[in-house]
Design a protein around this ligand. Structure first.
Ligand SMILES: [Fe+2]
Length: 354
């Protein structure tokens, strides 16, 4: 029984967070994937969990952190990429808008931890620590050079890390990871602390960020990290077969260009020649939230005239998508339950009461 004299702030936090407890961890563990399919779950931001028929499990960009939680600090840290980009100093009001759906400390089985780049909302120290403690096999941490440097700084042993550059492939069970060029230009204005890069030609993107093509028995999944729109999506579309593509969508505040717009998401899908495009990332930051209706309306406007061969799929954080099993779906809804209604006698005064 709950009693007021027993409640504490710490007990409330432990009882309440992560909001989904281990529900999703259990769902992923229990899921068997039919031959010729691939299962994936949206973990928020660009975080996804991928599971194959051969029980290969990988996470990409799993992040379990937080946004702003106090107004005490008034200014952005000097050298922060958004300060570099915008020339602004006022604190960015990026509060976390989506719930935490996976408990990183309840992960017992994963075959590789992947990161597309080293920004705060794409890598997680808690998850890295939990994997080192709780996953028995010495599974690899895979990312571009700057991501690997961050893992090592956190304490991940160097021998557990694999640095990838575009063109590198890694095979794990029945899945193959191919690193591709990223187009995350926010990464190009990200400095290591305060650094004057005015008039300086940007360094090597390949050390900072990569995209991934995950080849599975159910199809090829293209994870674009935080890529902005690039004409080189067409190059990737010509060189590879892409079934499902994830696009970082968001409503950019005035003064910054950090996320793809609704138009960019459609252009990206067309260029990649994918079959399904899934917008992500718009869920997580309060100051970048965006309306999926924009994509819906523009898609209807353009699909016949431009002869689109893809369709968008609108997902929910924590939701499962199995490809190609769910390939015709355009919208996700969480399990609504009550499938066993009237299998037992209801306990109501009479049937017509409701
Ligand atoms: Fe991001």
């Amino acid at each position: 029984m709950n009693r007021i004299d027993e409640v504490t702030r710490e007990r409330w936090i432990l009882d309440t967070f992560p909001e989904w407890g281990t529900w999703l961890n259990e769902e992923i563990e229990e899921q068997t994937v039919e031959e010729g399919n691939v299962a994936m779950w949206w973990l928020g931001c660009t975080g996804v969990w991928i599971k194959t028929p051969g029980d290969c499990n990988i996470s990409i960009d799993l992040w379990c952190g937080k946004g702003k939680r106090t107004k005490q600090v008034k200014e952005m840290a000097l050298g922060h990429q958004m300060a570099n980009m915008s020339g602004g100093r006022k604190l960015q009001p990026n509060l976390r808008a989506s719930v935490a759906v996976l408990d990183p400390f309840a992960v017992r089985k994963v075959d590789a931890v992947l990161a597309t780049h080293y920004h705060q909302d794409h890598m997680d120290v808690n998850y890295a620590g939990a994997v080192l403690s709780n996953v028995q096999e010495p599974i690899p941490f895979i990312g571009p050079q700057k991501a690997v440097e961050l893992w090592i700084k956190w304490g991940v042993p160097e021998e557990r890390c694999i640095t990838v550059r575009p063109g590198d492939t890694i095979k794990i069970k029945d899945l193959e990871i191919l690193a591709l060029e990223s187009f995350d230009r926010t990464c190009l204005v990200t400095t290591d602390g305060v650094e004057n890069i005015r008039g300086t030609c940007p360094g090597d993107m390949d050390q900072k960020a990569v995209n991934y093509l995950i080849k599975t028995p159910g199809g090829n999944i293209y994870h674009s990290g935080d890529s902005h729109y690039s004409i080189c999506f067409a190059k990737h579309g010509k060189e590879h077969t892409i079934d499902v593509a994830l696009a970082s969508f968001g409503e950019n505040p005035v003064g910054v260009a950090d996320k793809m717009t609704s138009v960019d998401v459609l252009r990206m899908a067309e260029a990649l020649q994918c079959k399904v495009v899934i917008p992500v990332h718009y869920d997580v930051w309060t100051n970048f939230m965006a309306d999926l209706n924009e994509i819906r309306v523009l898609y209807r406007m353009k699909k016949d005239r431009l002869n689109y061969r893809f369709h968008p799929f609108f997902w929910e954080v924590g939701g499962r998508y199995i490809y190609p099993h769910d390939g015709e779906k355009t919208e996700y809804h969480h399990d609504r339950g009550f499938q066993d209604c009237f299998e037992r006698e209801p306990n109501t005064p009479f049937c017509s009461i409701l």
